[in-house]
Design a protein around this ligand. Structure first.
Ligand code: AMP
Ligand code: ZN
Length: 492
């Protein structure tokens, strides 16, 4: 019997503002869509946190025995600077600045995104569609919205008529915004826009002559609007009505509000049963942003080079650090906080490594079933990873007492404890048992010490010794390279 039959998973639904029992549309199956990155620059640690939140959702649903179709797109056109319809496409802008083809930018940063996610042990989604691969689907949706009287063509572009839509629907249903307030708070347009009202948003934009990213459409050679892309890609693979849609909190408005409006205007249905929004990551109390320099690249965590970090941390430590906060809480990244997480992580993994030192007994003094139930309760309560981790530390306490024979477990209960630890640590939280990069740092120091000794030998014209040091390092797969700046090394 699949686990989901005995578990009572609740998900906080941003649409209702409540935790709701999760009931998928089709028993045993889950359709989940998560807004992917706009591939115009390296992903930052904040992006990684959001995607990690949904990686854990995907992992837990799969662990429960659901067959999950997880769609996470790549936004490779149509996302304009500052999310304003009049701005320049982020990818086109980067291509112009770097004198590259937009698709070269897309390729570069898609590869980077995949590399980073692999380092942090993400599971790949089931489908990873690109916006440029779904232009035809997007044009078809626009046609329907126009036919239904809620889209209008203006100067080759197509806009969504928010006021018209709001006559029969509630624009603001997800974000809690009120259209009248939005109108009151909007500056008057300076006549530059083709929109009827400033609240309207672009479904299709006519491309300026210099714009390379363009496709033919009934209205103009142009490109789709960002919000429409996600509507097209989610409904193509999951249907007009599906289970879960996720993204960062900052996407609730306008992006997700617009997705609901588009789907309603096109199909008459609200697309999603459970809307999930992950909270932001800050750095030393401030928003992470490229423009202010207040950011850490994910790679800097394990490769070093960030002024914000006193040392390197393994990707699993970073993962552990992020999962020690609930996905709907703000999380502040500081050097001290991740250093504390590393200590906890090492303690957890060391305890796990010593389970096999425990000798089983005839009887159990610990109720392992109750402990396992508490782990599930934590995850069933809107994926509460910090509570789950607290339960895993409870298991560390058990393991230490069991090793000292202060508590006992039968062989059967011991096997249950071991299996549950493995499931939660590795399958659900996605951690790997790599502990810390401390040993790598130590190896670097030792090789540098030998390089220093070799330099001394050479200065003393003791070439026999200097050659021996180099040759023996080579035999170990550590190659020295003498250059102008001194000697460097690489490890095979
Ligand atoms: P983007 O590539 O800008 O579309 O963002 C990709 C995802 O990362 C979206 O779901 C954003 O909401 C999310 N995101 C952006 N900044 C942060 C942040 N500082 N913390 C957490 N998530 C973020
Ligand atoms: Zn999206």
């Amino acid at each position: 019997m699949p686990l989901y039959k005995t578990q009572n998973l609740k998900i906080y639904n941003s649409l209702s503002g409540e935790k709701e029992v999760f009931i998928p549309l089709h028993e045993g199956n889950v359709g989940m869509y998560v807004c992917g990155p706009t591939v115009y620059s390296n992903v930052h640690l904040g992006n990684v946190r959001t995607f990690m939140s949904f990686d854990v959702v995907f992992r837990y649903l799969s662990h429960l025995g659901y067959k999950v179709r997880y769609v996470r797109n790549i936004t490779d056109v149509g996302h304009v600077v500052d999310d304003e319809d009049e701005g320049e496409d982020k990818i086109a802008k980067k291509a112009r600045v770097e004198k590259l083809e937009p698709m070269e930018i897309v390729q570069r940063y898609t590869v980077d995104f995949h590399e980073i996610l692999k380092e942090f042990n993400f599971l790949p989604p089931s489908i990873e569609p690109t916006a440029t691969g779904h232009i035809i689907e997007q044009i078809e949706i626009i046609k329907k919205i126009i036919d239904n009287g809620i889209g209008y063509v203006s100067n080759g572009s197509v806009y969504f008529d928010v006021l018209k839509y709001n006559e029969t629907h509630n624009y603001g249903i997800l974000s809690g915004r009120n259209l009248e307030d939005m109108i009151a708070n909007t500056r008057e347009l300076d006549g530059q826009s083709d929109k009827r009202n400033p609240q309207d948003f672009a479904l299709w934009k006519r491309a300026e002559p210099e714009h390379i990213m363009r496709w033919p459409s009934p209205w103009s050679d142009g490109f789709p609007g960002w919000h429409l892309e996600c509507t097209a890609m989610s409904t193509k693979y999951l249907g007009n009505h599906f289970d879960i849609h996720g993204g960062g909190m900052d996407l609730k408005f306008p992006h997700h509000e617009c997705e609901i409006a588009q789907n309603e205007a096109c199909t008459g249905q609200s697309p999603v049963n459970y809307w999930m929004h992950a909270n932001m990551l800050t750095l030393n109390g401030k928003k992470m942003a490229k423009s202010t320099g207040n950011n850490i690249l994910p790679r800097e965590i394990y490769a070093g080079g960030s002024p914000f970090l006193s040392k390197k941390y393994s990707p699993s430590v970073a993962r552990f650090f992020m999962l020690q906060a609930h996905y709907r809480s703000n999380l502040d990244f500081t050097d001290d906080a991740i250093a504390a997480s590393e200590k906890g992580f090492v303690r957890l993994m060391e305890a796990y490594d010593t389970i096999n030192e425990i000798t089983p007994s005839q009887s159990s003094t610990i109720d392992i079933q109750a402990w396992i139930a508490a782990c599930y309760d934590a995850m069933n309560d809107d994926f509460n990873t910090p509570i789950l981790i607290a339960q895993l530390f409870e298991a560390v306490r058990y393991i230490n007492l069991l090793k000292e024979n202060k508590e006992t477990l039968t062989a059967e209960d011991l096997s249950l404890l071991t299996k549950a630890m493995e499931s939660f640590l590795f399958d659900v939280l996605g951690l790997t048992n790599e502990k810390s990069l401390e040993n790598n740092d130590k190896l670097d120091s030792v090789v540098n010490m030998l390089i220093g000794m070799r330099n001394e030998a050479r200065a003393n014209k003791d070439f026999a010794l200097s050659d021996t040091i180099r040759d023996q390092l080579t035999a170990l797969g550590i190659n020295l390279k003498d250059g102008k700046e001194g000697t460097t090394f690489s490890i095979n």
